[in-house]
Write a protein that binds this ligand. Structure first.
Ligand SMILES: CC(C)C[C@H](C(=O)NO)C(=O)N[C@@H](CC(N)=O)C(=O)NCc1cccc(N)c1
Ligand SMILES: [Ca+2]
Ligand SMILES: [Zn+2]
Length: 159
């Protein structure tokens, strides 16, 4: 599994969803990254300008030079590119979803944690208890642990 060749990665939130307070978006993204830094030597540093390893944006439908597109409400919630230069690591969230900190809509924290798994080199798993299972499971974000499958996967890259 290809991964980043460095442990210190930068991220930048390019734009914010109007669905949530900015501070709540910052927190959801930071916690989504922490899910992975807790079990690896990875360190994530937030920058507010320039090019980060992981560029994070909320987008709809066909967007910019991204080779993938979104599909309106529901369905695809986000996508992220595997480690590498340029688009590598970048993460996009579908702005046509209702993003939330808790309660109705989709938990930005949960989806971000899943997408960052891809940004770090993980693909989907068929372990239904895993964060990297293809489909969203709306479990309480605070209790949503990584499954052993997730941990094995990430530690096989950044052990
Ligand atoms: C083919 C991919 C572009 C689908 C896309 C995905 O897996 N992105 O990483 C996606 O948004 N999948 C939905 C499920 C679907 N409608 O296909 C999803 O909920 N993924 C995010 C997610 C969030 C939290 C937990 C899990 N297991 C999955
Ligand atoms: Ca969608
Ligand atoms: Zn996925």
């Amino acid at each position: 599994l290809p991964g980043w060749k460095k442990y210190n990665l930068t991220y930048r939130i390019i734009n914010y969803t109007p669905d949530m307070a900015r501070a709540d978006v910052d927190e959801a993204i930071q916690k989504g990254l922490e899910v992975w830094s807790k079990v690896t030597p990875l360190i994530f540093t937030k920058i507010s300008k320039g090019i980060a390893d992981i560029m994070i944006a909320f987008r709809t439908r066909v967007h910019g030079w991204c080779p993938r597109y979104f599909d309106g409400p529901l369905g695809v919630l986000g996508h992220a590119f595997p480690p590498g230069l340029g688009l590598g690591g970048d993460t996009h969230f579908d702005e046509d979803e209702n993003w939330t900190k808790d309660g109705a809509g989709f938990s930005l924290f949960l989806v971000a944690a899943h997408e960052f798994g891809h940004s770090l080199g993980l693909s989907h798993t068929n372990d239904q208890t895993a964060l990297m299972f293809p489909n969203y499971v709306s479990l309480d974000p605070s209790k949503y642990p990584l499954s052993q499958d997730d941990i094995n996967g990430i530690q096989s890259i950044y052990g």
